[in-house]
Structure formats: C-alpha cells, structure tokens
Ligand binder design. Structure first.
Ligand code: ADP
Length: 193
C-alpha cells in the first residue's frame, strides 16, 4: 500500500485536491471532517458529541477521531492506499496513526503540506461559506478559531513527519490544476516502480 497525508490549514484546498487525487490514483479517501459531518447528519451519539466542538471551530477530542479512523482502516482492507485528509491534526493523533498502521505492517509514505497565506485562507473559507452550507464557514470568529487551533495544535504535526524525512511542501496558491500537477509530481516521485 502507498499511504499519504494531505496536510494544511483549513481552507488550504485539501478537500478539492483530494477529490482529484483519488480519481487519479484510486486511493481510499479518509477525511475526518467528512466522516464527522456524516455522523452529524445521521445524528449518531458520536456526531452529536463532535458537533459541540465543530460548531465552535475547536478540534474534536483525539479519542473520538482516532476511534473513527481505526474502524475505517479495519473496514477498508483491500485498497491501493489511503489518502488521509484532515488527519492527523494533533501530535497524539500522529502517534496513534503510526501505531495503527504498524499493526497492519503499513506506514505513511509521504506527508504533503499545502502552503497558503492566512489572508487567503480567511477569504476562501468565507467564500465557501456562501455556498457550502457549512455553519463553521460562515462566522469569521469560528474561522479564526479554526486557524488558531491549526497553529497551536496541528502545525506541530509537520515536525513529526519532518523528523521521519517524510514531509514535502507544495505551494497551495495558484490554479487548482497547477497545484494538482505539483502534488502529482511529488506522489509520482515516491510511488514504487
Ligand atoms: P477544515 O479543514 O476546512 O476546517 P474539516 O472538514 O477538515 O475542514 O474539519 C472541520 C471540523 O471538523 C474541524 O474544525 C474540527 O472541529 C473537526 N475535525 C476534523 N478532523 C479532525 C481531527 N482529525 N481531529 C479533531 N477534529 C477534527
């Protein structure tokens, strides 16, 4: 299996690029944001718990998302690889992911981070809020909280993969296709021949 993490702040384009990458490479897309929103729309106990945090722009507790990823890994055994989107978002989640993959004799092959300036992020998220139906995109304070959570808790996750020599940085501004080409190049370089 070939497993990658698409990394970056809220609004950096992880969702958009993930859709294109899974179409091209057949990865199994695991987006914790999408999984959580699906739990919310089905009104499951997990969803109701997660919603309290998401509405405020805060991260959902580690044990909740780690449990969700663990069962997603178990229920997708025959895949070419996983594309993790929005996970891991804390150092504890990164450690847990290493352990879960190790149990399956798997590893992360690369963490690819999208670099986008903060002003561009806020602009994109507010624009997305006009059409996405996502309540966490409408309120500027919630957007700022999400970006704050990213700097405080998620940015350190990049160091975890830098230490393991698995971190790659790609410019996340420009056209969708230019960014997609840059991501594809980084993946192609690392795919087993
Ligand atoms: P974005 O990256 O644009 O904020 P996501 O859909 O990835 O959008 O996440 C939306 C919300 O879901 C986050 O603000 C957070 O509350 C919650 N969430 C998603 N992934 C995680 C995670 N790995 N750990 C904790 N909370 C998460």
């Amino acid at each position: 299996m070939f497993n990658i993490i698409l990394f970056g702040p809220p609004g950096s384009g992880k969702g958009t690029q993930s859709e294109k990458l899974i179409a091209k490479y057949n990865f199994k897309h695991l987006s914790t944001g999408d999984l959580l929103r699906s739990e919310i729309s089905r009104k499951t106990p997990l969803g109701l718990e997660a919603k309290k945090f998401m509405d405020k722009g805060q991260l959902v507790p580690d044990e909740v998302v780690i449990g969700m990823i663990s069962s997603a890994l178990d229920s997708n055994r025959d895949v070419v690889g996983f594309l993790f989107d929005g996970f891991p978002r804390t150092a504890q989640q990164a450690d847990a992911l290493d352990k879960l993959l190790e149990l399956k004799k798997q590893t992360i092959n690369a963490m690819i981070a999208l670099d986008v300036t903060e002003e561009e992020l806020v602009k994109r998220l507010k624009k997305r809020g006009e059409t996405s139906g996502r309540s966490d995109d409408v309120n500027e304070q919630v957007i700022r909280t999400r970006i704050g959570e990213y700097h405080q808790k998620t940015a350190p996750v990049a160091d975890h993969y830098k230490k393991a020599n698995k971190a790659v940085f790609v410019k996340g501004e420009g056209s969708i296709d230019t960014i997609f080409d840059a991501l594809s190049r980084e993946i192609d370089k690392r795919l087993p021949k």
